[in-house]
Design a protein around this ligand. Structure first.
Ligand SMILES: [Zn+2]
Length: 88
């Protein structure tokens, strides 16, 4: 029985590495995100992908470099691409 619990912890720790690595590339705290990802992986993974934006879920892809930018952005913060349509 103890070995089952140990395996759950190991698998959770490995899954947690995925959002932790994504968050680290965006300047997030690796250890904090690792624990977050290990505890609630299904939420931490999409959250880590949208880490740069407070209004997560309200983003669009840049037409030039394909990064996710806030929906209301007039131009891409990375490449400067101007969005032709500002409406959602
Ligand atoms: Zn861009």
């Amino acid at each position: 029985m103890d070995s089952v619990i140990l395996w759950i912890i190991i698998v959770a720790a490995l899954l947690g590495l995925v959002p932790a690595l994504i968050a680290r590339t965006k300047g997030g705290n690796f250890i904090k995100w690792w624990i977050y990802g290990a505890v609630i992986f299904p939420i931490a993974l999409p959250h880590s992908l949208g880490l740069n934006f407070k209004n997560f879920g309200l983003s669009k892809a840049c037409g030039y470099c394909r990064i996710q930018v806030p929906l209301k952005a007039a131009h891409c913060p990375k490449c400067g691409y101007e969005f032709p349509d500002l409406r959602p």
